[in-house]
Design a protein around this ligand. Structure first.
Ligand SMILES: *Cc1c(COP(=O)(O)O)cnc(C)c1O
Length: 370
């Protein structure tokens, strides 16, 4: 029977393998990993695969996903990554054990709601270290902490920071020492334990491997390195990890010999872009049943000998001169983070989960090659 297309194939075995390798690696210097599953768009199968590695907690940026995991019976601590919106504090207290926070007003709202629900909601205060997404500026931290410590229903369990997500700022040894120093100062000033010191994400890999000691950091939140086996500062594959747990598959819906150069009066395409093509004469051209409405096409790399010529909302056009495609055949692509995220989120892309062990020729990358 023909399988549905377009589809994204997820190898759960490889995800578990990656998570287990990372968990063991980080444990060598006393750092626990929190599995960030937000790119799975609420997939319970993926969350389970990460937990099967023995990872002790999961994180997601959306409270809807955490609610779904809870309702599926996943029984581990859940961390909400994205600073809660004032409008969602009720659900945050209800479903998340812990959230990352950077706004006093939000923490106040969480405190009120937690008191109402008769709960204690755990809080990690995020510190700005230069990437300029979420975080309290270090000079404002004491003032805010003073206020937060007065509040009922919330418990400050740690400090966190984030790198390389918005501003592309690298967690260097110097930055990480600065962060640890800040943690020590806060512990001393406020006589606080701060059991969780969450030092970053998949961008922290090179720092971690190179650092003689990790300072106060005892947690990292890892998403992309579990999903795609990569550290995110240079985009290199981490030794021993799979970079191909996800694969996108689309189907050939038109296949014809046509000119390589569009003909007629030339204006812009459907996306307002002025496009240019090289004249390669007559070529074998294929159309695939996936487009920009389904996936970030720039993040796809064909695993078959075809070349992507361009795309529109619902189509990708390929040059298939060098392959022996037939109508109805499928083309597979590797995905980058953006392509994976968009395909996982799209209701038009079927999700296929596979649990098989990879074969002998589908092996682990050994060299540190991109
Ligand atoms: C997405 C996210 C992570 C995980 O980042 P990766 O690069 O996928 O490891 C960690 N922390 C926060 C706050 C995030 O939003």
């Amino acid at each position: 029977m023909k399988q549905a297309t377009p589809r994204i194939e997820v190898n759960l075995y490889k995800l578990t393998h990656n998570a287990r390798m990372l968990k063991n690696l980080f444990a060598k210097k006393g750092v626990q990993i929190t599995g960030v599953v937000k790119a799975g768009a609420g997939s319970v199968e993926i969350a389970r695969a990460v937990l099967n590695a023995g990872v002790h907690s999961l994180a997601d940026s959306r409270i809807q996903n955490i609610k779904k995991f809870r309702e599926a019976g996943l029984d581990v601590p859940f961390m909400l990554l994205r600073t809660p919106a004032l409008s969602e504090v009720k659900h945050v207290v209800e479903y998340a054990d812990m959230s990352l926070n950077s706004e006093l007003e939000v923490v106040r709202a969480l405190s009120q709601e937690a008191t109402r629900q008769n709960k204690v909601h755990k809080i990690i205060l995020m510190v700005e270290m230069g990437d300029l997404r979420e975080g309290i500026l270090p000079e404002h931290l004491p003032g805010i902490l003073q206020e937060v410590l007065q509040l009922k229903g919330v418990e400050v369990v740690g400090l966190g920071t984030n790198f390389a997500c918005f501003g592309g700022i690298v967690p260097t040894e110097e930055k990480m020492k600065e962060f640890s120093q800040l943690v020590r100062e806060v512990r001393e000033t406020f006589d606080l334990e701060l059991p969780i010191v969450s030092g970053g994400n998949s961008a922290n890999y090179n720092w971690f491997v190179g650092a003689e000691e990790v300072g106060e950091v005892n947690n990292v939140r890892l998403g992309e390195s579990i999903f795609l086996g990569k550290e995110t500062v240079h985009g290199t594959v981490i030794p021993g990890l799979y970079d191909d747990a996800f694969r996108l598959v689309a189907e050939v819906i038109e296949l014809k010999r046509k000119p390589s150069l569009p003909y007629g009066e030339s204006a812009q395409n459907a996306f307002g872009e002025k496009v240019h093509f090289e004249d390669k004469g007559i070529m074998q051209r294929g159309i695939l049943n996936i487009g920009r409405q389904d996936v970030i096409v720039d993040g796809l790399k064909p695993l078959d000998p075809v070349e992507v010529l361009g795309s529109s909302s619902d189509h990708i056009v390929i040059d298939s001169t060098n392959s022996r495609l037939k109508l109805g055949d499928t083309i597979s692509f590797s995905v980058d983070y953006g392509a994976m995220l968009s395909a996982m989120t799209s209701p038009y892309v079927a999700k296929k989960y596979m649990t098989m062990r990879p074969g002998r020729y589908d092996g682990v990358k050994r060299a540190n090659v991109g």
